[in-house]
Design a binder for this molecule. Structure first.
Ligand code: LLP
Length: 431
């Protein structure tokens, strides 16, 4: 369920025709549906209502301050992973107490900034980081409340680049080491670990992985209690899926059905860090066809978006539905690769960047398209523009937030001047 659908053969975002948006704002263009962000947030909140959790939207998935502001208005907090993301969240008006800060490597400067902002929770990922936070807190005469990120050694059955909860990744503290770390830092002078954090990977469709990960965490909390260490916070991370093809991801309610009974009546403050489940299907990337080309027996549809705008296909081999905005009689049936038309053409949809990995779709059946046609790349709201680069000196795209029929420019298109801005502010020597 999202704000993008075909009516009379053409794609709309809420009550705005996608073709008109692209004509006015140019391409490549990220277009978001405001209503979809709101609905996805509310659905997740309703599913987990029994736990009354703090929902901390994962800023890394979709970081535009206007979108963060929209979610903040609904009560969302924020999961951040850098000083820059703390800055963004605060800029969007976040309640600092609703900011949780993860990441395996925080610099002293970043920790100081977060302390000055008075954020709610640090998620610490190693004993070395415990010592760092303890030292910095003591220097400032303050106490840091933290949760220890554990590595639950669960196979989340997701892409190896986005699997984090398995032993041998850089994330969290290995299970056997957790009791010792809690003993040493459960009641430190500067650092006080008062909870546990886990994040299995992204996306995780395997509900059993959540059950196992959370059960292992609860065992650690119970063991700590027997030793007199009270842990009152459990941050269960993100990883809730989104439909890229059809209905492959479990619904928020399905995650809740597994997770809520485990945590019900435990008296813990529960935190969730969803990103993709809220943002992915709230955005599409619009791109124009520049050329068609046959080469080596393949048909290439060359478009003006590239791996710079959407890295996921190149980096993870990720599937995104690509389809003409003016579909005519070829209205797609769902967003999967199989579509019920007999005149489709197998193509590679590729960008202008000088890399063979620069593709948005491979071996994909598409209706016949022509130069100038507009294509939509669906499910691009999460890990889309946030992973964009200027490779090949290509200015980054604009972003639009659509509310009903009203588009709002929430990030202007970069200019050539933007490309060289930082190279002009230079100097010699160390003075
Ligand atoms: N919490 C932590 C600690 C995380 O590391 C992440 C994502 C999340 C929450 C949010 O996960 P989500 O609910 O969005 O699945 N670039 C990859 C995804 C990397 C995810 C990194 N961490 C992609 O495009 O699929």
């Amino acid at each position: 369920m999202d704000g993008f659908d075909y009516r009379n053969g053409q794609l709309w975002c809420e009550s705005a025709p996608a073709e008109k948006l692209a004509e006015h704002f140019g391409t490549p263009l990220y277009v978001y549906s405001q209503h979809t962000f709101q609905e996805h947030y509310q659905t997740l909140r309703a599913a987990f209502a029994d736990l009354d959790p703090l929902i901390c939207f994962s800023v890394k998935s979709c970081q535009n301050i206007h979108i963060l502001n929209l979610l903040r208005e609904l009560g969302s907090g924020f999961d951040v992973v850098s000083g820059g993301e703390v800055f963004r969240a605060l800029h969007a008006g976040a309640d600092p107490q609703k900011i949780v800060y993860a990441g395996v490597g925080k610099t002293d400067r970043e920790v100081h900034e977060a302390l000055t902002a008075n954020i709610g929770l640090f998620n610490v990922e190693s004993e070395s980081e415990c010592a760092q936070l303890d030292r910095l807190a003591q220097e400032r005469g303050t106490v840091i409340n933290a949760a220890l990120r554990i590595n639950p050694n669960v196979d989340p059955k997701t892409h190896k680049y986005t699997a984090t909860g398995r032993r041998g990744t850089k994330f969290g503290v290995d299970l056997p080491d957790v009791p010792g770390v809690l003993r040493r830092w459960g009641g430190g002078t500067g650092l006080r670990i008062r909870g546990l954090h886990l994040h299995l990977g992204s996306p995780v469709h395997e509900l059993a992985a959540y059950a196992t990960g959370i059960e292992r965490t609860l065992e650690l909390i119970d063991a700590a209690k027997r030793e007199g260490i009270e842990l009152d916070t459990l941050d269960i991370g993100g990883g809730y899926g989104a439909h890229y093809q059809g209905s492959e991801a479990p619904a928020p309610q399905a995650y809740a059905d597994v997770i809520v009974p485990l945590l019900h009546n435990r008296g813990l403050r529960v935190i969730l860090e969803p990103g993709r489940a809220i943002a992915a299907n709230a955005g599409v990337l619009l791109t124009r066809v520049l050329h068609l080309k046959q080469s080596g027996g393949r048909t290439f549809v060359i478009v003006d978006a590239s791996m710079n705008e959407l890295l996921r296909p190149a980096l993870y081999g990720a599937y995104h539905c690509v389809w003409p905005v003016q579909a005519g009689r070829h209205v797609p049936v769902g967003r999967g690769p199989e579509q019920p038309y007999d005149d489709l053409v197998v193509c590679d949809v590729v960008g202008p960047v000088c890399e063979s990995s620069d593709f948005l779709a491979r071996d994909r059946q598409l209706p016949p398209v022509q130069r100038g046609d507009l294509l939509a790349v669906f499910t691009s709201g999460a890990y889309g523009i946030v992973m964009a680069s200027q490779y090949n000196s290509r200015p980054r795209s604009a972003e639009l937030l659509v509310n009903a029929a009203e588009p709002r420019l929430i990030r202007r298109r970069e200019t050539y001047a933007d490309l060289i801005r930082y190279e002009e502010e230079t100097g010699n020597g160390m003075g």
